[in-house]
Design a protein around this ligand. Structure first.
Ligand code: SUG
Length: 446
């Protein structure tokens, strides 16, 4: 695997981005429930993040939003008649179901799939397992369109293998790359893959959180590693600390992030921190790499501060010169402990550059910089073999900004979901988007 790079596939925020309080256990989602959202601003903030990174030499691509509302779901739940009639009946009798059908949560593409690059897999292909996201109704149907989208982009089976989502039952709760970290010496070389789970259906020794649900199961993590043909000696499964899940850390990427041989994590992230770090260190030695760990102590930044600021939901990126850059959400500078911590971060010398960004619209639903992107490590040959229309360029940026400005609303309130015109607006926006991205069959025949 030569000349590999990490591509960041960012979710393009859809026209129905709204705050419905659907994610119990995700503190921001609950706090924002029923507030007015601004889909236009949300999409433009996301596009500006992509542009900022592309301009700094990071390989960047786009994953399109999903068609909403999900009429298949409404029909499956007993709503009948025309589309307008279904919307009217759902708004009147079960507005929460309409909000689920309208959710734009597929924007957080770290939850779209788990990805293993070809340097790690038995058959030398890049493997993707679509996440079933089965712990939340509004996310549980994303997998249908996600699979179609990934198959449309990574259609060449000589290089790519896309696996359908795991069976949708509690045993296999799977939230994708948000609970998965890959370490390596360089992207072209074999690496180690760390899977973090929050619960187990069958292992009685694993203690679950008490207040909030754990989304990722151990059984799901094991199955994904099997599907991808990972080498057992370079694959690690560890448990997330149930106490931090109870404090709002609903995915591991809210409390840890890794890239290359660097691991930036909070002291309380895992059930057994020492063992986790030792396992990573030993496994990395097998691939001739040395783990560099930046451990953030609770005395410096509490778990509560980590949850409000999303410090660990930053993007840790390798710059073209090989040095590391950390892109944090601006909320980090609104938190006293975190901003004090960041003032000294560069002295750790592992991180060369610190950037911040305004993603307020996404952050209010619990999605920071890292939630918005799916990392896919690709060789030059693989990158050439994927669909090219989703690769981020200045030209695509300009077209998408125009597209957003033409089609998106700048205020969306819960009651606006009852407006049948909104559904028509989304349909015409997505029809045009599939042309812009050169994916004509993206939303047809579902
Ligand atoms: O699944 N929020 C998403 C946020 C996902 C963040 N992803 C990562 N950490 N990788 C979730 O909880 C809120 C939707 C609402 O309440 O309207 C929501 O789904």
């Amino acid at each position: 695997m030569k000349n590999a790079r990490e591509y960041n596939f960012d979710g393009l925020v859809g026209p129905t981005h709204n705050y419905a309080g659907l994610s119990f256990g995700n503190v921001a989602s609950f706090l924002s429930a029923n507030k007015a959202s601004n889909p236009k601003e949300a999409a433009l903030q996301g596009l500006d993040k992509m542009r900022m990174l592309a301009q700094r030499g990071i390989a960047q691509a786009v994953l399109p939003p999903q068609d909403r509302p999900n009429f298949r779901l409404l029909r499956q739940l007993g709503f009948k008649g025309t589309e307008a009639q279904m919307i009217e009946a759902a708004a009147r009798t079960a507005p929460i179901l309409l909000a689920c059908a309208y959710s734009a949560a597929s924007m957080w593409t770290a939850n779209a799939a788990t990805v293993s690059p070809s340097a790690d897999t038995a058959d030398g292909r890049v493997h993707f397992t679509v996440a079933n996201l089965n712990t939340k109704l509004h996310r549980s149907f994303e997998c249908v369109q996600t699979e179609r989208t990934l198959r449309a982009i990574f259609y060449n089976e000589n290089y790519f293998s896309v696996h359908q989502a795991l069976p949708s039952t509690p045993v296999f709760g799977d939230e994708g790359a948000a609970n998965h970290t890959r370490f390596c010496s360089e992207y072209s070389a074999a690496g180690i893959e760390l899977f973090v789970y929050g619960r187990s259906e069958w292992d009685a020794h694993i203690v679950s959180p008490k207040k909030f649900p754990a989304r990722q199961s151990k059984e799901a993590s094991n199955a994904v590693a099997r599907l991808h043909g990972l080498d057992e000696s370079r694959t690690i499964f560890v448990q997330q600390n149930p106490d931090v899940i109870d404090l709002g850390v609903f995915h591991n990427d809210v409390i840890a992030v890794g890239n290359g041989n660097l691991f930036f994590y909070h002291q309380e992230a895992f059930v057994n921190e020492k063992v986790v770090i030792e396992q990573c260190r030993t496994a990395l030695q097998q691939v001739a790499a040395e783990l560099r760990a930046i451990r953030v102590d609770s005395a410096q930044v509490s778990v509560a501060d980590a949850v409000t600021s999303y410090l660990f939901n930053s993007q840790l990126l390798t710059k073209p010169d090989g040095k590391m850059m950390l892109l944090v959400p601006q909320e980090c500078y609104q938190n006293r402990a975190v901003s004090a911590y960041l003032a000294n971060l560069k002295s750790y010398d592992a991180i060369d550059e610190l950037l911040s960004i305004d993603l307020r619209q996404s952050m209010c639903n619990g999605g920071g910089p890292a939630c918005l992107r799916l990392r896919v490590e690709l060789t030059e040959q693989q990158a050439n073999a994927m669909h090219q229309g989703i690769i981020f360029t200045e030209d695509l940026y300009a077209r998408l900004v125009q597209w957003v400005k033409r089609h998106y609303r700048d205020v969306l309130l819960p009651e606006d979901l009852a407006d049948p015109i909104l559904a028509l607006e989304v349909q015409s926006a997505l029809a045009e988007l599939s042309e812009i991205l050169d994916l004509p069959a993206l939303y047809t025949d579902l």
